[in-house]
Design a protein around this ligand. Structure first.
Ligand code: GLU
Length: 303
């Protein structure tokens, strides 16, 4: 087996030598200003050791990656009841598609597209105030990462609130189909805030340890739930690029428009990669390339 540290150093060099970094997300003004030419990768192996290369101390907006944590919390609170409101199928559509939600009568395809995550956020909220639900989400993430130094960037949350017209449209559609128990404004306020959590790749890889399912790593949910969260990440974690990610990378992963990806090699490792430029599906371009190379070199595909 090749030496993991040498492989990570090479991935960092290759990323920096690349001509094409992809395009940063422009629909959230705070993210539009981020320099795309950045790269970081952190891997926690089953023995608990952290291996990394690149800009691993730069915090970035994890965005949709928080949907993994909110799904874990929601399944803990609502159990299988959640699946009456959200499906478990890949969407084959853009992350913020409105047309599919209308066609399917307000039941989102899965909890990782925006409409599904808005429903999940509504379930996490229950009858609570947003700050209580957000405190639970942040507590979960900090516990998972073993770090108290993880925060919400209020400016990013405000930027999304001001420009999140599609998300407001989705939330109102959900409300029109009786699939929200709170007002669209209250749910989206909570949703935008948890999407605006910032982490470094080191913190994110640490936060992903609970999904690896290895002795000695933190255990926050049952083994059955770990399998199911990984299954959702594999089939739905990269929007309409999920099939291509499974084909090229071969492990469960969840991306965010901030350019981060959390990927899990079951029983073996948690990986966080970040490079802000996105490919045409809205997933990190250099991050995806690096993961494809990493799983090939380390023979980490689950297939
Ligand atoms: N906060 C982003 C949105 O709702 C999340 C999307 C993503 O990371 O893919 O548009």
């Amino acid at each position: 087996m090749p030496d993991l540290d040498s492989v990570l150093q090479k991935l960092d060099r290759d990323a920096r030598a690349a001509a094409d970094w992809g395009q940063v997300a422009s629909y959230i003004p705070q993210l539009a200003g981020v320099d795309p030419a950045q790269f970081a990768i952190s891997v926690v192996t089953a023995d608990g050791r952290l291996h990394q290369a690149g800009d691993t101390h730069v915090p970035f907006s994890v965005q949709s990656i928080t949907k993994v944590f909110t799904l874990a919390i929601t399944l803990g609170r609502a159990g299988d009841q959640l699946w009456t409101r959200v499906g478990r199928e890949p969407s084959g559509r853009a992350f913020n598609s409105i047309v599919q939600l209308e066609q399917e009568n307000g039941r989102p395809r899965n909890p990782f597209i925006n409409a599904g995550a808005i429903v999940t956020t509504d379930a996490v909220l229950g009858r609570r105030a947003p700050r209580e639900a957000l405190a639970e989400i942040i507590r979960f993430v900090r516990t998972a990462a073993g770090s108290e130094d993880i925060h919400i960037n209020e400016t990013v949350a405000a930027s999304e609130t001001d420009f999140g017209h599609r998300n407001f449209a989705l939330a109102h559609f959900l409300a029109a189909h009786d699939n929200l128990t709170n007002s669209p404004e209250k749910v989206l306020g909570t949703y935008f805030h948890h999407c605006a959590i910032e982490m470094t790749t080191a913190q994110l890889a640490m936060a992903g340890r609970f999904l690896v399912h290895a002795p000695g790593l933190p255990r926050l949910v049952s083994p059955r739930r770990i399998r199911r969260l990984n299954a959702m990440m594999l089939t739905c974690g990269h929007y309409d690029g999920s099939g291509d990610f499974a084909y090229r990378v071969g492990i469960p992963g969840k991306s965010g428009v901030g350019g981060g990806i959390l990927a899990i090699v079951p029983h073996t490792a948690a990986i966080a990669v970040w490079s802000p430029g996105l490919n045409r599906y809205g997933n990190s371009h250099r991050g995806t390339e690096a993961l494809a190379e990493l799983t090939t070199r380390m023979d980490w595909s689950i297939f």
